[in-house]
Design a protein around this ligand. Sequence first.
Ligand SMILES: *Cc1c(COP(=O)(O)O)cnc(C)c1O
Length: 427
Amino acid sequence: MQFSLGEAFALHLDSEDPLAAFRQRFYHIPGVIYMDGNSLGLMSKDSETTLRRLIDEWRTMGIGGWGNAEIPWITYAESLGALEAPLVGSEPDEVVVCGGTTINMHTLIATFYEPRGDRRKILADELNFPSDLYALVAQIRLRGGDPDEDLVLVRSRDGNLIEEDDIVEAMTDEVALVLIPSVYYRSGQLLDMARLTERAHERGITIGFDCSHSVGVVPHRFDDWGVDFAFWCNYKYMNGGPGATGSIYVNRRYFGKMPGLAGWFGNNRATMFDMDTEFDPAKTAAAWQIGTTTMLSTAPLEGAIRVTNEAGIESIRKKSVKITAYLMYLVDRLLADPPYRFSVCTPREPERRGGHVGVVHEDAWRVNEALKARGVVPDFRPPNIIRLAPVPLYVSYKDVWDVAQHLKAVIDEGEHEKFSRDRGVVT
Ligand SMILES: *Cc1c(COP(=O)(O)O)cnc(C)c1O
């Protein structure tokens, strides 16, 4: 990709952007350039519409909404799963919208971690999101295992990236399950899920992915790849709202398998209200629901999925690759040399990165604070990374150009030096 410097070039890229019109489908915060959609996506007008519809249905139907709402609430989790399925390359009944990321991980590990004989280990990696590692340790303990023995963490060679070869090499006969992320939350590295699935299966190992940082910005082909299970967060690139309900994918070869954390919402709908004492799991991914659909946390996701499908995940990815490349180009050309000294920790190869760019600076915390004071919303991840997510649906090339100018001005003016080195509670 050939880029040039200057605002006019950024405006030219915007004029050629097939997704440019989607920007107007979102609410923007006045005076703010929002670069944190990998933590919490902005609100779309489509989400507002579906949330308002739910509020109206509740007001006018009461309990009747479970059966009579425009999309009946009783099967809303499955309906949204079917809507979301094209984003992950699955059939409609292999995805269900329920629970939260960490909760869903617990039920999936409780289902797919089947330690037997000498095959007792879970293979993960040291750079995954802490919640995932906490859950793995807890699940091993629940099975009476010893996390020091049974949890194997692939180490990073450079503290930043995980080598796929190292993951493959660690897939020994003692490994029962592999659980890794698709995209790393810090570096933005994207793993080759197809290759890792193939290698795991060759060795008789079950494999699942945490796709919190990839669904909505990277296309997935779970069925083609033969992935066993996956789960993800819907409040990041999916823009489902703060604390939005999460999603589960279960490959159909497991339909009928007993979910680890059974609950009545996973029951076959035909017999659910028989109130039988015996659990009769649905014969689809819907079986992995636990309790009643949290409608208020789920309704905004409907609009968000619709707007994402309308844009098309392939077009979103195409823009994402280009706009992240542009951002890295600007860091290289404008911000690498002294006195700026910014660098990029995200892989340069498009097939190895997700939707955000990690920008490294030795004083990253304070630069991040100074950026916020200038009306840019990035986020900071220790020890020295500023994450910038140019979300394709609502961030423009001009925004990225402006962010680079703000980074430059912070250093030119020494603005970061006015901030304390003490970190707040939420970063
Ligand atoms: C965002 C994220 C989570 C969040 O988990 P919650 O249960 O929604 O709080 C978990 N894992 C990964 C990898 C994430 O990126």
